[in-house]
Ligand binder design. Structure first.
Ligand code: FMN
Length: 162
């Protein structure tokens, strides 16, 4: 095992973090002036059952970061194993990420994507500074799940459950 101390080597740090396997989500919101925003996120995790709280973090450098900070609700769409293209789509710089996609509107107009494993509709309650990210902790007001298998992310690559 290689030890890394003091000033962090960002590439080595990212690589070490990549050993932690996660699912993939797309977090979506609708702004007060009716624009839909969304991005691929794997920093999602559970926090509390009672009350039902979840956490994710957002890079402050993203052009739409303020839209998420200011929205009342957002939706966390957990991607299924056949939605790798959707993950790439929402990780790309596109003018309108929702054009031609199948979705319905959830609380606050946040887009609920079709074909997901689970969808959590969250009130945008608590935000903490977290270095170059903002950490969002939110209360889940509604959720639903399907029996679809999840998309997995590990070591910088998409994977499926064996
Ligand atoms: C697998 C994966 C996971 C990601 N997780 C996060 C995350 O947790 N937080 C974040 O701010 N960006 C994350 N990103 C990057 C954003 O999705 C990406 O920077 C954003 O969609 C770019 O949007 P823009 O090009 O419209 O500015 C992730 C990207 C990928 C491919």
């Amino acid at each position: 095992m290689t030890a890394h101390k003091n000033k962090v080597d960002v590439r080595a740090f990212r690589s070490a973090l990549g050993t932690f396997a996660t699912g993939i989500t797309v977090v979506t919101a609708c702004t007060a002036d009716g624009r839909r925003v969304g991005l691929t996120v794997n920093s999602f995790n559970s926090v509390s059952l009672e009350p039902p709280l979840v956490v994710w973090s957002l890079a402050r450098s993203l052009p739409f970061a303020a839209d998420f900070e200011n929205c009342e609700y957002y939706a966390i769409n957990v991607l299924a194993e056949d939605q790798q293209d959707l993950s790439q789509h929402f990780a790309s710089r596109l003018e309108d990420k929702f054009s031609g996609l199948g979705f319905s509107e959830g609380l606050g107009g946040a887009p609920l994507l079709e074909g997901c494993c689970a969808r959590f509709e969250c009130r945008n309650t608590v935000r903490h500074p977290g270095g170059d990210h903002v950490v969002f902790i939110s209360e889940v007001e509604r959720f639903e799940r399907s029996e679809r298998a999840p998309l997995i992310y590990h070591g910088g690559a998409y994977r499926r459950l064996a």
